[in-house]
Design a protein around this ligand. Structure first.
Ligand SMILES: [Zn+2]
Length: 577
């Protein structure tokens, strides 16, 4: 064995020497995975018109979408509408099928802004008048109601859990006193099935059974942030999505401790106990309060509703059967807009234009326009590039549904609406690929701590691909390995991740509907949600690679004989707390 030994000794020595090298090598590989270069022909044969996507094409689109003239594409705003028109104009030129309202590419939905008048708004109880902001905080439903009071605990009915807060209680024409929040031990994910059928919220139950108003008993966390919430309630109106889920057709308030005490005065359980139970969630059984005790909730002000839109389009598949199934690809085309300097708190045309000129560098002063080039201008134009490449190449067997969501920054509004009102039956959507920020890369030697988690030029965070469908996970990996072999970083692909990125973009609303998703994300960086998130900082070579990889994944999924099967139920903690 000597020689061998010797040889093996030499080998071991070589290995020992090489160990650090290979570790360094594998670390290097991890950040610079070996390049797989398929010839154009092979790539086309394998992945369709994937090479129809180019850095130049993406850059052209982004210089428009992230231009100052679009004023940061707030929801709702003219800049957002111009972006929508630009996308639709191109979709029409490429021959896409409109999937919006009335044969357009626009799926309209309403945003309601309730402006409550603090001085005129009041609550009366047992001859006492309570002041808005001090003794209660009104929700922006400009309504008035008077009625007897009924305590309804947490206010939920959850058939699958045998929970019914209204057992033996009649709520017709009553004002409901509710301890907001889920019943003890219940997760959002337990609300399976349909609202109004399999489970009821206090809103849906109140509306269905003719209750007249809602009084919320606050938790201590709400009492601590009372002043901030009160300021916000009267600060120019909270804009909410018009969905019917957060039903504000009834006058509704959050009561202060003082008002809770007044409400439960002389009842079997006093206000102090009710406030304690609101935190412990060990709630008393529902009961009607004394019949002679009536409350009036009188919320004055004005409400207006403004429309905005998702942009939705379909590229029909070639297979007579499989074309009935859809692979959804999405992004959000909104960002957070412009925050002009104001001298009277009011934003007018003059101050808006000034902010535009400042951002464009044509006037001195701070840049107060959030261009959102990476967030999510990059996703917006990546989906446009995928659309153009689809239109100029062979047709896949299944169909492709493209959705540019509005209102993501405001609370995933667009995806909330489109997944509640899908342009095609939700069960025919085989998966959703969501793109939110893929345009930035960490440069070698970058020591800026705010770029600590930014991915490299050949790297992207992949989130959610393994959570619901092993077929989807495998396909995603196989395509990447067979094509550009980017470094797929799964750091945030963890249900317990404290950054909660799984919750923080539009794919979440698809996953909640049981549709398996893949979320592509480059990581937060120094310009994240800053006015400095500009198109000239984008790594277009990276965007080309990531967008081509997403196109290739779409191509495989739309041509695969089988569709991804949901073989892993969504981890409970990801069902939307
Ligand atoms: Zn975003």
């Amino acid at each position: 064995m000597k020689r061998l030994i010797l040889i093996s000794l030499l080998l071991i020595a070589a290995l020992a020497i090489s160990q650090p090298a290979t570790q360094a090598q594998s670390k290097k590989d991890k950040n610079n995975p070996p390049k797989v270069s398929l010839s154009v022909e092979k790539a086309a044969a394998e992945f369709g018109n994937v090479e129809g996507i180019t850095a130049a094409q993406i850059r052209d689109f982004l210089t428009f979408i992230a231009a100052d003239e679009l004023e940061g594409r707030d929801t709702p705003s003219r800049g957002l509408d111009i972006a929508a028109k630009f996308i639709a104009y191109n979709l029409s030129r490429w021959g896409f099928k409109p999937a919006g309202d009335n044969g357009t590419f626009f799926q309209n939905f309403g945003l309601r802004r309730g402006q409550v008048d603090k001085d005129q708004t009041k609550v009366e109880l047992a001859g006492q008048t309570f002041k808005a902001g001090e003794d209660f905080i009104p929700r922006p439903a400009v309504k008035t109601a008077t009625g007897q009071l009924v305590f309804v605990g947490h206010g939920w009915v959850i058939k699958s859990k045998n929970i019914n807060a209204y057992e033996g209680i009649d709520v017709k024409d009553k004002i409901l006193v509710v301890s907001m929040g889920l019943p003890k031990g219940v997760q959002q994910g337990d609300l399976t099935g349909k609202l109004g059928e399999d489970y009821e919220s206090v809103y849906s139950y109140a509306a269905k059974h003719g209750a007249k108003g809602i009084v919320n008993i606050p938790r201590s966390v709400q009492l601590t942030s009372w002043d901030a919430s009160a300021r916000q309630a009267f600060s120019g109106g909270r804009v909410v999505l018009e969905t019917g889920k957060t039903d504000d057709s009834l006058p509704e308030i959050v009561a202060s401790a003082k008002l809770v005490n007044a409400i439960f005065q002389g009842e079997a359980i006093d206000g102090a106990e009710m406030l304690k139970q609101a935190d412990s969630r060990d709630l008393a059984a529902s009961f009607a309060l004394k019949a002679d005790k009536k409350i009036t909730i009188d919320v004055k002000g004005n409400v207006d509703t403004l429309p905005t839109q998702n942009v939705v389009a379909i590229w029909e598949g070639s297979d007579p059967t499989l074309k009935e199934e859809y692979l959804a690809i999405g992004c959000h085309y909104d960002h957070v807009g412009v925050r002009p300097e104001t001298d009277n708190g009011k934003i007018d045309g003059w101050s808006r234009y000034k902010a535009f000129l400042q951002s464009a560098g044509r006037l001195g002063g701070a840049d107060r326009l959030w261009n959102g080039a990476d967030d999510d201008g990059s996703g917006t134009v990546a989906v446009m590039a995928i659309a153009e490449a689809l239109a100029k190449g062979p047709r896949p067997k299944r169909s492709v549904l493209l959705v540019w969501h509005a209102g993501e920054e405001k609370g995933l509004w667009g995806s909330d609406f489109v997944t509640d009102h899908p342009p095609v039956p939700a069960k025919q959507i085989i998966a959703q690929l969501n793109i939110d920020m893929i345009g930035r890369s960490k440069k070698a030697g970058d020591s800026n701590s705010r770029n600590a988690n930014l991915t490299g030029p050949d790297e992207i965070y992949v989130i959610g691909s393994k959570m619901m469908s092993s077929f989807l996970a495998e396909t995603s990996e196989q395509v990447n390995k067979a094509y550009l072999n980017l470094n797929f970083n799964y750091k945030y692909d963890d249900p317990n991740d404290k950054e909660r990125f799984f919750y923080r973009s539009d794919h979440f609303n698809y996953a909640r509907k049981g549709i398996p998703i893949i979320f592509y994300f480059d990581g937060v960086h120094e310009d994240y949600h800053q006015a400095s998130d500009h198109w000239d900082k984008i790594d277009y070579q990276k965007m080309e690679k990531v967008t081509r990889t997403i196109f290739a994944t779409m191509w495989k999924l739309t041509n695969s004989p089988t569709r991804p099967k949901v073989d892993q139920p969504l981890p409970p903690q990801l069902r939307g707390n």
